[in-house]
Design a protein around this ligand. Structure first.
Ligand SMILES: [Zn+2]
Length: 343
């Protein structure tokens, strides 16, 4: 089979890769229905996060179970399943309190930009739908694998409640789905920080009530102006840079909450500034597995449509163009469709 492999900065190749096999009795192999390019894939793509060897790419996936290992009990061949970027056993003490992305046995899932994928710890990681979903629902179900699960965690970690005032830093796919999540959780006011008209439009569709296009000091001043001079109850930090984190802290009211889900690159926090800011900080890799059953239900009942973030659909073999389009911000998020595979 052929899949995406990153060789170095801006060098994604679609090339022959080994067909995934069951390596442990707890594994499953799935046939990918659709995969996509993640904002976090752009860190190594841009050379900001270094890679030391050619790396199979992709960690967002949904598809049909092709084969399971001997020890797998809860998922079966032929089921449609969604999993997350961290495989988890879903039974250890950390999983039981809802932090499956810090599972004591967690394993990174990689190489999903391909027609087939090996998923470790299949019982704990994969969630099956009761029926095979229609084609039209695939983008939204795929979004749950990471981008929507992460936006949802950002809103949850930022303590969004009915009536909350929320600010969202970052207008990438996660930020936009953070807006949708905050809306679904009952936020009354949602301020999206964005300077791109197409992203502003989608933010409004997802429930943003205000758009702030300024950044830095001006952006902070605008948020304060919109929030009685104190800042937002909840701020979702969906970028991971020093500027976005500083923005988030300064836009939060004393006693307010920040949910930060942008993978930090070169971010350092000043202890004294943090001390006097009086904010709650909670973030990290989203425990998507915790939210999957609930989010799948929301999608299947047509309560949310997170698949709208995919504004570019490409055949899998054009994966390199997906990276380019996202890198150049021509696309919010690229969906990749593998060609039909012979049985
Ligand atoms: Zn665990």
């Amino acid at each position: 089979m052929q899949g995406a492999v990153l060789y170095g900065p801006r060098d994604v190749r679609f090339e022959e890769r080994e067909f995934p096999k069951i390596m442990k009795p707890t594994d499953a192999v799935i046939r990918i229905s659709s995969a996509c390019v993640c904002g976090s894939d752009l860190w190594p793509y841009r050379g900001i996060a270094e890679i030391t060897q050619p790396t199979p790419m992709g960690h967002e996936y949904c598809g049909i179970v092709e084969e399971v290992g001997k020890a797998v009990k809860s998922v079966k061949q032929g089921q449609f399943v969604i999993g997350s970027f961290f495989a988890s056993d879903n039974t250890c003490p950390t999983c039981q309190i809802g932090y499956q992305s810090s599972c004591q046995h967690r394993e990174l899932v990689g190489g999903a930009q391909a027609p087939f994928l090996r998923v470790p710890l299949a019982d704990g990681t994969l969630v099956a739908t009761s029926e095979i979903p229609s084609e039209a629902l695939i983008p939204s179900l795929l979004a749950l694998s990471d981008v929507m699960g992460t936006g949802w965690f950002a809103a949850d970690a930022a303590n969004v409640k009915p009536g909350s005032t929320v600010a969202v830093v970052g207008d990438g796919a996660v930020g936009l789905l953070g807006v949708l999540s905050a809306k679904k959780m009952g936020a009354e006011r949602i301020i999206a920080m964005s300077r791109h008209p197409s992203r502003q439009k989608l933010a409004r569709e997802f429930g943003a009530t205000d758009i702030v296009s300024e950044r830095g000091e001006e952006g902070i001043a605008r948020i304060k102006e919109l929030t009685k001079g104190i800042g937002a109850d909840s701020v979702l930090e969906c970028v991971g840079t020093q500027q976005s984190m500083t923005q988030a802290i300064n836009c939060t009211r004393p006693g307010g909450y920040i949910g930060y889900v942008g993978v930090p690159h070169g971010v350092s926090l000043d202890g004294e500034q943090l001390f006097f800011s009086h904010v709650h900080l909670h973030g990290g890799p989203a425990p998507v597995r915790r939210y999957l059953p609930e989010l799948i239900k929301l999608v299947l009942n047509d309560k949310v449509n997170p698949g709208k973030v995919f504004d570019l659909t490409l055949p899998l073999e054009q994966v390199a163009e997906g990276y380019r389009a996202m890198d150049e911000r021509r696309a919010i998020k690229a969906l990749l469709r593998p060609a039909e595979q012979p049985d």
